[in-house]
Design a binder for this molecule. Structure first.
Ligand SMILES: Nc1ncnc2c1ncn2[C@@H]1O[C@H](COP(=O)(O)OP(=O)(O)O)[C@@H](O)[C@H]1O
Ligand SMILES: [Mg+2]
Length: 236
């Protein structure tokens, strides 16, 4: 059975305007790409090749300069601010390199937050956040503020926060970039195992060892796709 398309890009282009006295930056030079629902994809390539630009467009944190981008059939290049907020609440969830937890909220409150924004009542939000934290192995750290958690634990909270909603697309930009090697492996394993087979995962990483754990790897170079490869294991 052919799977539904999660992401469709055609001629996706991003040009940043020229800072004074400099040339404009062509961050994405016309990407054509299709990703199926439930696929796990690593976006790799050297620093500055356009990885974050691509992910930010998929998350509606930024807009393309030209080209088409559809997520689950919906064109996202021209969403207004309200539609973008809804999209980020219901469709796409982010995990960032810097965790981006709210420092004054406990782990549990951080994970509940997207549910409160979505209008889920407090009791249900708490229950779901509890479950999500248990899933990432942080049952015993629920009441802790982020500053009292290790980097790996903070990223576990961020993963729980991303997975607590129904978001079908998980976008992770260098999610292991601030973690030591062993913790990085743990977090990747956690992401891959908790994503299930309905959610689509896109992980930006410049670390080949991390990328090797992911079935499909799309390598960018200078704003273009240089390589798009599937692991043997996944092809069979
Ligand atoms: N907001 C911005 N304004 C101007 N140039 C930018 C901006 N964001 C990124 N760039 C430039 O676009 C190119 C691609 O950047 P980025 O997508 O962040 O690459 P990567 O994530 O692969 O390191 C780089 O040359 C970077 O300096
Ligand atoms: Mg980047």
């Amino acid at each position: 059975m052919t799977k539904e398309t999660a992401i469709y890009c055609s001629g996706l282009t991003k040009v940043y305007p020229a800072p004074e006295g400099h040339l404009e930056v062509h961050a994405l030079r016309g990407l054509d790409l299709e990703i199926k629902v439930g696929e796990q994809v690593a976006i790799t390539g050297p620093s500055g090749c356009g990885k974050s630009s691509f992910l930010n467009i998929l998350g509606t944190l930024d807009r393309p300069s030209a080209g088409q981008v559809k997520v689950f059939g919906q064109s996202i290049e021209d969403l207004n601010p309200k539609e973008r907020a809804l999209y980020r609440r219901n469709t796409a969830a982010f995990v960032f390199q810097q965790f981006h937890l709210i420092p004054t909220l406990t782990a549990l409150e951080n994970v509940s937050l997207p549910l409160h924004y979505a209008g889920v009542n407090a009791e249900e939000a708490r229950e779901r956040a509890d479950k999500a934290l248990a899933k990432v192995g942080l049952d015993h750290r629920k009441g802790h503020l982020p500053a009292l958690l290790s980097g790996g634990e903070q990223q576990r909270v961020a993963v729980a926060r991303a997975l607590v909603t129904e978001a079908r697309l998980l976008l992770a930009d260098e999610p292991t970039g601030n973690l030591d090697g062993a913790t990085a492996k743990d977090i990747m394993a956690l992401l891959l195992e908790s994503i299930g087979d309905q959610r689509t995962l896109i992980v930006v990483t410049h670390d080949p060892e991390i990328a090797a754990q992911i079935g499909r790897r799309i390598q960018l170079r200078d704003g273009l796709i240089e390589k798009d490869e599937l692991s043997k294991k996944v092809e069979s």
